[in-house]
Ligand binder design. Structure first.
Ligand SMILES: [Zn+2]
Length: 150
């Protein structure tokens, strides 16, 4: 299995269009979008999205990596409060395919219904919360390896 390239700096993001996975770490609880009653709990969140607009992944995920921004998408509430954010771009999978794989994480759960998936008819949400102690090596081993088998 090839080593996966997690990106933490905007300059390293590709300008191509595609989908992506965000690994988001929250060390303090944070406000969630107004439509939800509960706050974000501390822990690790995984978000699946796609970048189809001008500037591709660089523009969209560069925005995710910036904390000082207006609150436009659901995920902005999370990324502005995040301690660490890692981006993993995908060329061949849709955000919904990524999401289906994330749902197989043992002990993972969906913290907010329809979070990030208002326009999606198939997913309960595009956000998963990881079990305590989860790390990126486990994610690569359990979930992401299937995407590299071609
Ligand atoms: Zn979806």
């Amino acid at each position: 299995m090839p080593h996966l390239q997690w990106i933490t700096e905007k300059v390293r993001l590709p300008t191509s269009k595609g989908s992506y996975l965000l690994w988001i770490e929250l060390k303090q609880t944070a406000l969630s979008p107004p439509k939800y009653k509960e706050n974000f709990d501390t822990g690790i969140f995984l978000y699946a999205g796609s970048a189809k607009g001008p500037g591709g992944l660089k523009a969209r995920c560069g925005r995710h990596l910036t904390q000082d921004k207006s609150l436009k998408w659901h995920v902005d509430w999370l990324t502005r409060a995040a301690t660490d954010i890692y981006v993993l771009p995908f060329a061949d999978q849709t955000e919904c395919q990524i999401m289906r794989a994330l749902k197989t994480i043992p002990g993972g759960h969906i913290p907010f219904e329809k979070f990030g998936s208002s326009d999606c008819n198939t997913c309960e949400a595009h956000l998963v919360m990881c079990p305590e102690g989860y790390d990126r090596q486990l994610l690569e081993r359990h979930v992401l390896k299937r995407f590299n088998r071609k």
